[in-house]
Ligand binder design. Sequence first.
Ligand SMILES: NC(=O)c1ccc[n+]([C@@H]2O[C@H](COP(=O)([O-])OP(=O)(O)OC[C@H]3O[C@@H](n4cnc5c(N)ncnc54)[C@H](O)[C@@H]3O)[C@@H](O)[C@H]2O)c1
Ligand SMILES: O=C[C@H](O)CS(=O)(=O)O
Length: 482
Amino acid sequence: MHKLLNTPLLRKESYIGGEWWRGESTLAVHCPATGETIETVWDFDREAATAAVRSAELALPMWRDKTAKERAHILRTWHDEIIRHTEELALILTAEQGKPLAEARAEILYGASYIEWFAEEAKRIYGDVIAPPNNDRRVLVLKQPVGVVAAITPWNFPSAMLARKLAPALAAGCTFVCKPAAETPLSALALAVLAEKAGVPAGVFNVVVSSRAREVGEVFTGDAAVRKLSFTGSTPVGKLLAAQCAQTVKKVSLELGGNAPFIVFDDADIDRAVAGAIASKYRNAGQTCICTNRILVQDAVYDKFIEKYCARVAELKIGSGFEDGVDLGPMITADAVGKVARLVGEACAAGGRILIGGKRGNGNGNFYLPTVLEVAAESPICREEIFGPVSPVIRFVNDQEAVSIANDTPYGLAAYMYSRDLGRIWRVAEQLEYGMVGINESGISNEMAPFGGVKESGIGREGSKYGLDDYLETKYLCMGIS
Ligand SMILES: NC(=O)c1ccc[n+]([C@@H]2O[C@H](COP(=O)([O-])OP(=O)(O)OC[C@H]3O[C@@H](n4cnc5c(N)ncnc54)[C@H](O)[C@@H]3O)[C@@H](O)[C@H]2O)c1
Ligand SMILES: O=C[C@H](O)CS(=O)(=O)O
């Protein structure tokens, strides 16, 4: 395996209460490009999850009572340590998740940007003094940390999705326990190494690695000391966890699945639209929540778009994320490849036509060729989150048809539209039932913007000035002064 093995950031133990825990059983972490085992890590269960919650509960008063400036300094130091170790973190990420190194480096920097952002926002948590209804009292509002936060994160961005949660939580004065995806635990453990180095106090940040997700989830959602669950993952699991949280009325942040439409109108800059669609569709081999899931192209420019788009797809290079010049790495597992193959087969059975790709890649890795197929809006592939390198393309006639097709899904995370008509942009963007809309731009993710969805794509926002609210409680003080 790549030279990453010699980095002290590579840990087997889970990080609980400021200690590195060794367990009684292990789980293997595989390289999706080759199938080889890159590391075995200790595999924990509900007891360790409970111990982590107790550690976070014990550390809460100390962390909550630090000044905002003290918390900000520690977060900023953590950010600086991450930046200093970007290359090692990126190598670990590519090894366990498979994405090209350039994307892995970008993810590390992207996650670090949330820690930097909320180190700054920590000092901007404001309350209110409100005009009283009577002169014998004063009305005040305090913002206070929610308390112990539990997080469960996915394998597709194993570093950034964790950073996007821990940053606002710790900035607000909360303490934090998390369970990374069992496919990609190493990135979270590497962040814990740097947390310790940056002076994050024991018990403030805890990482529990487990193959028994349900067990750990039952602790995180059931323990009354946990006052908030922040989950990023599939919509079905998000629904299950939210229901479990209801028993103790926890706050929840849910960043769930997507079914992004990418709408190309007849007045669009076609070259810009092609570039935007390639970037949005094939990043992380199509395994991102905001990947384009359906491409809608207006009749008058359909043939021109298809010709240019397929030419660009044909140039995409797939291979190991460690290879120079690779555009697409492997998918996370063989099952993930199987799901994509099933969706393509169903689309073809329903009348879809493959224009390029449509089959598994060579070698023993989890590869699927970048694929474009023409489908009807009703095709089964348009109903599911593909989460793979496949572009279904749909032809439409008028604006209202495009909006109707785009909104015809339970999901509402990201949508994209390309047009140069200002009136059309406003009319369509306001009608799209999505939390985020890219207009002539598909690179929409950054720490300064509120990331999140509507409908069955989630609850809450991550990043931006709005992101801190999800980790704060509002307390009203009515002070009699007579
Ligand atoms: N909206 C966003 O910001 C965002 C970001 C990344 C991924 N996602 C979504 O995540 C999905 C892909 O990630 P995934 O395959 O890891 O999703 P997943 O829902 O299968 O797993 C996500 C996490 O939940 C855990 N988990 C699974 N079942 C659980 C249970 N019963 N109890 C407790 N924990 C459980 C997993 O171990 C993992 O850590 C896609 O749907 C994608 O759209 C959304
Ligand atoms: O997969 C979901 C991620 O949130 C995508 S991004 O890294 O935020 O663009």
